[in-house]
Design a protein around this ligand. Structure first.
Ligand SMILES: Nc1ncnc2c1ncn2[C@@H]1O[C@H](COP(=O)(O)OP(=O)(O)O)[C@@H](O)[C@H]1O
Ligand SMILES: [Mg+2]
Length: 238
């Protein structure tokens, strides 16, 4: 369980997170909100790129914010970014192995765990192909493989479906739904595709201007008046 209390992040005069408090239980949880709401900033706090001005995060009963950021990968934190991180000139295998290596997981099982992640996303046939030669859908799956390698405890997915055609989004959704059973990781999904969030996440939390405005069963949250109002005029709300 991830317990976030009174998290506040300021960049100069901008308050990106404003006393954010929420709990994420096991399984896959949605985190939605209009552009600029603070979703990526929240992921940056969890992964240690951004230090909050105030607040606490307990992750599986540990104080995550007191953990050095370079220890968090080994502890079991993985994330994807809004821009692809895989190196085009390297193979799928090498790209996933880099995360395993960076996470300082034991060498002994490296090959097996890397191939397991690649198998999980269905890229076994192209494991030794350079990422630069793959199509956009497969490249996105490489990002997911990098996020699930080595039995993580916490997986953060930042708009993994952005710009993907519907069929590839549906395939990605099937994978995301299987992450908790594959790695037992608590997964937080940020995306603007509400049908993806609904199909993957039994519960969803909503950020608006850095504040949590709703959280609970996804269907209820999406009907919540304050949530609908936060999205009014935001064309990505479908
Ligand atoms: N490194 C930064 N420096 C200054 N402002 C930032 C920085 N990161 C985020 N922000 C600001 O914080 C707010 C939240 O941004 P972000 O977390 O990226 O939102 P979201 O991911 O929900 O679209 C925005 O106003 C953004 O401009
Ligand atoms: Mg973002």
């Amino acid at each position: 369980m991830i317990e976030v209390s009174e998290l506040t992040v300021r960049f100069g005069g901008v308050t990106s997170l404003d006393g954010m408090s929420v709990r994420f239980e096991a399984g896959t949880c949605g985190l939605i909100g209009p552009n600029g709401a603070g979703k990526t900033t929240f992921f940056n706090v969890l992964s240690g790129f951004v230090r909050p001005a105030e607040g606490h995060v307990r992750a599986f009963d540990e104080d995550l914010l007191s953990m050095a950021h370079f220890r968090r990968a080994r502890w079991g934190l993985r994330r994807t970014f809004q821009t692809e991180q895989a190196i085009e000139s390297l193979s799928v295998y090498d790209n996933v192995a880099l995360v395993h290596e960076h996470s300082k997981l034991g060498r002994a099982n490296r090959r097996g765990e890397v191939l397991d992640a690649i198998e999980f996303v269905g890229l076994r046939d192209v494991a030794y192909v350079k990422v630069g030669t793959l199509g956009v859908g497969s490249r996105r799956l490489v990002e997911v493989a990098r996020a699930v390698v080595g039995k993580p405890r916490l997986v953060l997915l930042d708009e993994p479906a952005a710009g993907l055609p519907d069929a590839e989004t549906a395939h990605l959704g099937e994978l995301i739904r299987r992450i908790p059973e594959h790695s037992e990781a608590l997964t937080i999904l940020v995306d603007h595709d509400m049908s993806l969030v609904s199909s993957c996440c039994p519960v969803t939390a909503v950020l608006d201007f850095g504040k949590m405005i709703a959280s609970g069963p996804t269907a209820d949250v999406l009907r919540n008046e304050q949530v609908v109002r936060a999205y009014l005029g935001a064309e990505e709300f479908q």
